[in-house]
Every structure is written in structure tokens, then in C-alpha cells.
Write a new protein. Sequence first.
Length: 123
Amino acid sequence: MIRQIIFYENNFLKFYQQQDQKVKGKIQYVFELIKQVDRVPKKFLDHITGTDGLFEIRIEFQSNIYRVYCCFDQGHLVVLFNGFQKKTQKTPQNEIDKAVQLMNKYFDNKKQENEKLQKYSDF
């Protein structure tokens, strides 16, 4: 396994639980690809232009399109934020904004945890 996938908060899980079994299966297939393939094709994973490290996982099933926002941490950790079904050509800005906020919160919380660990290790 090249990468590990984790969820940040429960936004992605809420989205995932609303999908039917076939869509869940396709999401799991794409996740396995991301975990195991060294260079993931842009068809499945692409950087969001204008953001600092936000990516979208692209899932297509039948005529439906789904997006899951994520980022990389420590190179091998994929952190999932939120997902939605894409119904228009252009991705809704509020979905991107939500993902950016979650990503910033994730790294802020991580930084605070590391600072706490640093203080305790000063003894």
C-alpha cells in the first residue's frame, strides 16, 4: 500500500452513507486505486486550481458524477473532507470553500497538537 486514507470530521461519511451500494462500490474502487497506484491518473484525482494543496477525487457511475475533496499529508496520507454529487458542469464554489475551510482546520488542529507534544517533550 502506497497511501493511507483517513476521514477528517464526518462530512465525507455523511455523504457516503447516503449513496446506494453500487455507488459505494465505485467509491471504494477509486479509493483502492488511490491507495495502491503510484501515479493516479487525472481522471480519478486532480489538483483544484487556485487552492493550496486541495485535490478532488473524481468518481463516475452510470451518468452520475461525484466529487470527494481531499489533501495529502506527509506524502502518503490522504485526508478526506467532503463529498457531493455534481449536477452542473461547473463545480459549486461553496463545496470548494467548505473543503478549503476543513483542510485549514485540519492543519491548524494538527499544528496545535504538535505544539502540545513539543511542550510535553521539553521536560
